[in-house]
Design a protein around this ligand. Structure first.
Ligand code: UFG
Length: 326
């Protein structure tokens, strides 16, 4: 029988790349999405069930398309600044929504989940690179909501035998090599899409949020990881859960930080266009530096990112931004 995975949030940026990966590897993705931020046009690799994690009854229609070997859970509100302004919406969507999903999994006998967690669970870093044992002290409701779910998964492993892998992404970037799906948020808050929009010459100028950070060139440093490398880690997590009970967590990044100025330079090289920018005040809630130590994912999952070069990551995003399909 065909293997099936329920991809919650599969109409979104990372979820759609995951659905594509699954289909390419012989596993049928069924997408559950409420299309609040996702795109119907991004669901190209399997059926879409429009359902909402905050409407538990709507979830049963998605599970009826099973049986599923696992759920991959990409649904979330994920903007740090917005989470500070609207904490109740964030806890409702990210925590209550996940509780509803876990209960639906129980009703339908699905006992494995890969959960999209985030570097934001760590808060302000106390080490140069962040491994899984780094203290978890989120500084915004978004990170707190994700950490709460990690705790729920640990308790559910203990009580019900739920198997889970939480993958803590650092900065997801890039797009599918053939240009059929890519990153499309409204409004767009992320650095690389905003850099590329400015490079396209649409009249927008990039705002660089602060050049007085305690970093080599004064701009913030992040660890950019290609969206297909994130998909690879989820894929490996399926095999890992088949062999291992319990709740597990892994950090996913390339282990190298790039400043905003370095991203601008790489985007200029990848696109051949100048990126007009202005220095703006710091953005609230931004840590100066976030770089992952991902040794555990490499050693335990066998994860091997294939797109470590920043310019190549940006080049894939550039191809998408020149010809977005949605
Ligand atoms: N930045 C700019 N100008 C922009 C956009 C971003 O200078 O127009 C800067 C930000 O200040 C930050 C860096 O570029 O220093 C990266 O910002 P992004 O918004 O692209 O990404 P974040 O690091 O803020 O956020 C990412 C994920 C979140 C996650 C967070 C963990 O998108 O979901 O990492 O801290 F919560």
């Amino acid at each position: 029988m065909t293997r099936r995975v329920l991809v919650c949030g599969g109409a979104g940026y990372i979820g759609s790349h995951m659905a594509k990966w699954l289909a390419a590897h012989g596993v049928a993705p069924v997408v559950l999405d409420n299309l609040s931020t996702g795109h119907r046009e991004a669901v190209r690799f399997g059926p879409l069930v429009e359902a909402d994690l905050l409407d538990p009854a709507s979830l049963d229609a998605a599970f009826a398309q099973g049986p599923f070997e696992a759920v991959m859970h990409f649904c979330a509100r994920s903007l740090v600044g917005e989470s500070v302004q609207q904490p109740l919406a964030y806890y409702d969507n990210n925590v209550t929504g996940t509780l509803n999903l876990l209960q639906a999994m129980q009703r339908h006998g699905v006992d494995r989940i890969v959960f999209s967690s985030t570097a934001a669970v760590f808060g302000e870093p106390v080490a140069a690179t962040i491994d899984e044992d780094h203290p978890k002290a989120p500084i915004n409701p978004y990170g707190a909501s994700k950490l709460m779910v990690e705790r729920v998964l640990a308790d559910a492993a203990h009580a019900y035998g739920l198997r889970s892998v939480a993958l803590r992404y650092f900065n997801a970037a890039g797009a599918s090599a053939d240009g059929d799906i890519g990153e499309a948020h409204t409004p767009e808050t992320h650095l690389i899409p905003n850099v590329l929009r400015a490079a396209l010459g649409d009249g927008s100028r990039l705002k660089v949020f602060g050049d007085d950070w305690p970093t080599a060139d004064g701009t913030c440093v992040r660890d950019y990881i290609h969206v297909d490398d994130l998909a690879q880690a989820h894929w490996l997590a399926l095999d890992f859960m088949a062999a291992h009970a319990g709740a597990h967590a892994f950090n996913l990044g390339n282990g190298r930080g790039f400043s905003v100025r370095e991203v601008i330079a790489a985007a200029e090289a990848a696109s051949g266009h100048e990126v007009p920018f202005d220095i703006a005040p710091r953005r609230a809630g931004d840590p100066a530096v976030l770089v992952a130590a991902s040794d555990r994912a490499r050693q335990v999952l066998g994860w091997a990112p294939r797109h470590a070069d920043l310019q190549a990551i940006i080049a894939s995003a550039w191809r998408w931004h020149c010809q977005p399909r949605f």
